[in-house]
Write a new protein. Structure first.
Length: 329
């Protein structure tokens, strides 16, 4: 870890460091959690974990060319013997080095605990995206940092974003991004409900959007971001769960009608304390970064449910304040 006294200003640069990565054992991970996982969800987790870091630093995660040794090798393993560590990382990419990340699939892992119905008798369970993102941080050269994704122990918490301490450390090592235009959706003009359950209502105003509906309903919310001709670096969502029984689940992105990348926003469990009045400012990095040929369609999945023991209200309310795309030159 860099000594606090030796810190200096971090330059904003767009000289990207090409970081090759490979993934081994996707089949192992996909079948390790009963019916909860599949290959698509594991790939989602890998790219979302990598994108946490590429969203804030000039690193460009790419697949290696034929015969090239990857700088970061991610491997999912399962041997019937649960490890005390969910993930372990050997080495780092600093000074031309390489790193191997091993994720132990003998542990109970989740990506979407709210909708993963095959429950395991063993506890605790661990967020694959957060733990994998933590190990990617080590592969990039970060030590443990208090108060963030890189803290020494994540326990069973859901960490799917970087904190100021994480961002400070990775930018000290790799530099900061020089961002260009931020393309913001006109929520009032472009937002619309798709496949909405009966009773769900969308209201538009200067405050943004409000979506509300009765319990045990769900909807998809489509928003169009004017990003045509730009290079998409990261998606940003700002919303507030006004009541405790709102669950914002997956987010899908499209270049016109062509799928780009999916993201798992959060996850709830039966012991959740609730999300009433909780503002969220989330950032999701694209891996790889995407030159947009069309405007970006962002599709947000919203559930209103009492699953998880919430009894505060028979109605759910979520306010969406911003959907935007950070771009680079």
């Amino acid at each position: 870890m860099l000594d606090q006294m030796s810190r200096k200003a971090v330059p904003s640069v767009n000289h990207f460091k090409r970081v090759t990565f490979s993934v081994d054992g996707i089949d192992i991970a996909a079948t390790s959690q009963k019916r909860n996982f599949n290959k698509g969800k594991v790939n989602l987790a890998v790219r979302q974990a990598l994108g946490l870091w590429s969203a804030v630093a000039p690193v460009d995660f790419q697949s290696p060319i034929v015969g090239e040794k990857p700088a970061i090798r991610i491997q999912f393993v399962k041997d019937g013997k649960k490890s005390a560590e969910v993930g372990l990382t050997g080495g780092s990419i600093l000074n031309g080095g390489s790193a191997t990340i091993s994720m132990d699939c003998d542990n109970q892992l989740f990506i979407d605990r709210f909708l993963e119905t095959d429950q395991f008798p063993a506890i605790p369970s661990f967020d694959l995206i957060g733990f994998l993102g933590h190990e990617v941080g080590h592969a990039l050269g970060l030590d443990h940092v208090p108060g963030g994704l890189m803290q020494a122990s994540l326990d069973t918490q859901v960490f799917r974003r970087l904190f100021p301490s994480d961002i400070r450390e990775v930018q000290q090592l790799h530099g900061a991004l020089l961002l260009a235009t931020t393309a913001k959706a006109n929520l009032a003009d472009t937002a619309q409900l798709i496949d909405a359950s009966p009773g769900i209502v969308l209201q538009k105003g200067t405050f943004g959007l409000v979506v509300f509906g009765p319990m045990e309903t769900k909807t998809l919310l489509d928003v169009l971001v004017p990003a045509k001709g730009l290079v998409a670096n990261a998606l940003r969502l700002k919303y507030t769960t006004v009541t405790a029984n709102v669950f914002v689940n997956q987010v899908e992105t499209f270049d016109g009608l062509v799928p780009i990348q999916r993201f798992a926003v959060s996850s709830r469990s039966s012991i959740d304390a609730g999300l009433a009045g909780k503002p969220s400012n989330l950032q999701f990095g694209f891996v790889p970064r995407r030159p947009m040929r069309n405007d970006m369609l962002v599709r947000i999945e919203i559930h209103f449910t009492k699953q998880g023991g919430q009894r505060e209200s028979d109605f759910g309310v979520v306010q969406l304040g911003e959907v935007s795309v950070e771009t680079i030159s």
